[in-house]
Design a protein around this ligand. Structure first.
Ligand SMILES: *Cc1c(COP(=O)(O)O)cnc(C)c1O
Length: 369
């Protein structure tokens, strides 16, 4: 069986280091917002070469708090995409703002920057690109438009820890970057965790208070926001994992290359490779396949797990129908959702397993020519 993700294997490989990291926290006896969190905020800031990092409870919270810190709420519009993890959109909705969807580029799956301007209205406050599957969005174009219309840029970096656009780490290009450390992410905790990154001191102060129910002094509260803290056990895992992030990303890249080499000349489209300007980190390996659903079922029978990220554009989900979007408004988003399939890809996956997946895909198309 080739699992889509395998945390038992990860623990087996790193058991000693993981146990040591956790034991340190147990022995210290301090569990919420303490020395491990501070160390992580410092180290991850250094890794990203950014001034400030604030650990929060999750990626969803990071996006919500980032928007709140920018004063976004009822009546405002946030420009983003509809082929993202639902939390991108739920975080926007939590502020009361309206998500405005822009169609995507068929090859990169990311926001099509040439379509952004026509969606800008007097209510638009923020552009929120998602670096989907670990591939950087076109930040050059996005920043140009933001500047022209005086908009803020909040990057959803939940799938792209370490990815680069023109040499710069994504998450550090816009006004605020929002990370998730959900276990499956390139840098994953063993529970929920997230972070906001920014160079803006004022945003830091606001979010520091917001993550503790608006608390500014010991018993003084300036607003009524949520509780969203990073805990020490997760931070200890992140401190350990941060030292491995580049290695893990390299392993992902090596495995992705095997897929790219071995899946050529089949009735499917492969994800974009790295080039001069765009350096992805291969959070997911997503193909666009003919007869996708049959292929998925075929692989399942061969003991190979795959997932579809995401089977429906967000506006087709029942609770988001009131946003009033139709498939014809976002034709590429819709088209791609019917073809995409994510193949297993994680640092602990073995080369021979990737080759087995490739062989199975080939045999699917060979037997159905
Ligand atoms: C994982 C993810 C999130 C949300 O992160 P959580 O930590 O699960 O709240 C948001 N956006 C994208 C694109 C994600 O992949």
């Amino acid at each position: 069986m080739i699992l889509f993700i395998n945390f038992k294997r990860k623990y087996k490989i790193y058991k000693k280091e993981i146990n040591q990291a956790l034991e340190k926290v147990f022995k210290r006896g301090w569990f919420i917002l303490g020395p491990e969190v501070e160390k992580f905020e410092k180290n991850f800031a250094q890794y990203l070469r950014i001034k400030h990092i604030i650990g929060v409870g999750s990626g969803t919270d990071a996006i919500f708090l980032a928007l709140k810190a920018l004063g976004i709420g009822q009546g405002d519009e946030v420009i983003t995409v509809a082929n993202t993890a639902v939390p991108t959109i739920s975080a926007i909705r939590m502020t009361g703002a309206r998500p405005v969807f822009v169609d995507i580029n068929e090859e990169t799956f990311n926001i099509n920057a040439t379509l952004i301007e026509e969606k800008i209205s007097p209510k638009t406050k923020v552009i929120l690109p998602v670096h989907l599957y670990g591939y950087p969005s076109n930040m050059g174009e996005i920043m140009k438009i933001a500047k022209k219309y005086n908009l803020k840029v909040v990057e959803d970096v939940c799938q792209a820890h370490g990815a680069r656009y023109k040499g710069r780490l994504v998450g550090t290009i816009g006004d605020i970057g929002c990370f998730s450390f959900y276990p499956t992410k390139n840098l994953g905790a063993f529970g929920d965790a997230g972070a906001i990154v920014t160079n803006n001191k004022k945003i830091v102060e606001t979010v520091m208070a917001l993550r503790k129910y608006g608390q500014v002094g010991r018993f003084s509260n300036k607003s009524r926001e949520i509780r969203s803290r990073l805990d020490e056990l997760q931070a200890a895992i992140l401190n350990w994992g941060l030292n491995k992030l580049d290695l893990w990303n390299k392993k992902r890249e090596e495995l992705a290359k095997i897929y790219l080499e071995n899946l050529k000349n089949l009735p499917l489209d492969l994800p974009p490779r790295a080039n001069q300007d765009f350096k992805p980190v291969w959070h997911l390996f997503v193909i666009r396949a003919e007869r996708r659903d049959q292929l998925k079922e075929f692989l399942e029978k061969k003991g190979i797990q795959t997932i579809i990220h995401y089977p429906q554009p967000i506006f087709e989900q029942e609770v988001y129908k009131s946003l009033n979007y139709k498939a014809k408004d976002l034709p590429i988003t819709k088209k791609v959702s019917k073809k995409i399939l994510s193949l297993p890809l994680y640092p602990e996956l073995e080369k021979k397993e990737v080759l087995r997946v490739c062989k199975a895909i080939k045999s699917f198309y060979d037997s159905r020519k």
